[in-house]
Write a protein that binds this ligand. Structure first.
Ligand SMILES: Cc1cc2nc3c(=O)[nH]c(=O)nc-3n(C[C@H](O)[C@H](O)[C@H](O)COP(=O)(O)OP(=O)(O)OC[C@H]3O[C@@H](n4cnc5c(N)ncnc54)[C@H](O)[C@@H]3O)c2cc1C
Length: 382
């Protein structure tokens, strides 16, 4: 079969691959390769869908802040519904966690307005928090729920409108550089491209290996979530407006989800890249931690899932050309922040792929390429 030719192949149809493919398709002929029968099956379809500008290391917070403008006013022709719905972020601390709370407020409060609140304010915002459990909290009123499906579908629409070509059931099995261009072997087809963008989520290290690129030390970590009924005495309006309530040291979180509660033990268990499934032990741990902090008896798990959040050693994303494989670009390691940072990361990655200057709004938030470039990871391990 004749090789089909494109300028760029993006590997992975999750939020990272789809959004960067949509950006690149404005200027280049782009092929988006996804091994599943539909894009978004893995981590992108399994998130808690939260935008929290106070979450993650400093480069993540800068990328999250830059993404806000896109979320609040996406292009109407591609994104059919509003992408944001207000969801305050409340990070609660027990008396013995006061230091962790103060440190977090001092660190994130510089760029995002946050408030330190006391127990009665906590229980006013979330009456499920047990009396006497939390002594103080950090409140960030700029948090939002993200409509992840609308975001992902909108980027796919934009990609197609600009002439992009999505192939599903197309597992990348082999990558060969001829000295001039890349030959890509997917079970069902052969492609020739100038540049490869590796946005394969938990599989990004494996794809790097196929290209003989450097190792970035990517570790997929499993996180579990479950849906349970809310207490019947909680009025529907109160339930709908609860803040996402997170332990300050990230040992659990709880948020409303379509008339129910989404709970998570905030686990981070190293895992091979796979179709992650929830483990009974993690669900049991989740229920124990949630029942300790909240007036909530979990009688039944209505649904449960797990997904892989992939990190490198400094928990910052890996965005930039490989130092060893030619014309091979990394877009990996988005960890637990890949949805909220996607709009900025897609534009930043596209500008780097095309060797253009960083977009001004991203630079203005203080994003520093040396903190995300793959070369920073040479000789570093977790
Ligand atoms: C429980 C949980 C809660 C989370 N909550 C949040 C949150 O509130 N906010 C937030 O911003 N982030 C959150 N995240 C993190 C977020 O979901 C991820 O950072 C993001 O989805 C990563 O997107 P991705 O495109 O890199 O990966 P993926 O969505 O996994 O996409 C990678 C794609 O690559 C494809 N692929 C792999 N190998 C190949 C191959 N050989 N050939 C072709 N295709 C291949 C896969 O099939 C997959 O579709 C959460 C994650 C979890 C698990």
């Amino acid at each position: 079969m004749a090789h089909q030719r494109f300028d760029v192949a993006v590997i992975g149809g999750g939020i990272a691959g789809t959004s960067v493919a949509a950006e690149l398709s404005k200027d280049r002929r782009v092929l988006l390769l996804e091994m599943e029968s539909q894009p978004g099956y893995h981590t992108t379809g399994r998130s808690a869908a939260v935008y929290a500008a106070v979450y993650g290391p400093s480069p993540i917070r800068a990328l999250t802040r830059t993404s806000r403008a896109f979320f609040t006013s996406p292009s109407a022709s591609h994104f059919s519904t509003a992408l944001f719905r207000p969801r305050p972020i409340m990070m609660i601390a027990r008396q013995e966690q006061a230091l962790a709370l103060d440190q977090t407020i001092a660190e994130v409060g510089v760029m995002t307005p946050v408030e330190r609140i006391n127990e009665s304010a906590i229980r006013k915002l979330n009456p499920l928090v047990k009396t006497g459990y939390a002594s103080a909290a950090m409140l960030d009123m700029s948090g939002e729920d993200i409509d992840v499906a609308a975001l992902h579908q909108g980027y796919l629409r934009q990609f197609r409108d600009f002439g992009g070509d999505l192939r599903c059931n197309a597992t990348v099995l082999g990558l060969t550089h001829t000295g001039r261009d890349w030959q890509i072997n997917t079970g069902g087809g052969e492609f020739t491209v100038d540049t490869i963008v590796n946005a394969a989520g938990a599989w990004a290290e494996h794809i790097g290996g196929l290209a003989q690129a450097e190792s970035i030390g990517l570790i997929p970590k499993r996180r579990t979530a479950a849906i349970v009924a809310a207490p019947t005495e909680l009025a529907p309006n109160t339930l709908a407006s609860l803040p996402i309530t997170i332990d300050i040291e990230e040992n659990f979180y709880l948020k409303p989800d379509a008339g129910r509660l989404l709970i998570s033990p905030a686990d981070e268990t190293p895992s091979p890249a796979c179709d992650a499934q929830p483990e009974d032990m993690d669900i049991a741990l989740c229920v124990e931690r949630i029942e300790q902090a909240f007036d909530l008896q979990v009688h039944r798990i209505e649904s449960k899932w797990a997904g892989l959040r992939s990190f490198v050693v400094d928990k910052c994303p890996v965005v930039g050309y490989s130092t060893t494989a030619p014309a091979f670009f990394w877009l990996a390691g988005q960890g637990g922040y890949g949805i909220q940072t996607a709009p900025a990361l897609a534009r930043l990655a596209a500008s780097q792929v095309l060797q253009r200057p960083m977009p001004e709004d991203i630079a203005a938030e203080g994003v520093d390429l040396s903190e995300i470039d793959p070369s920073r990871l040479a000789n570093r391990a977790e």
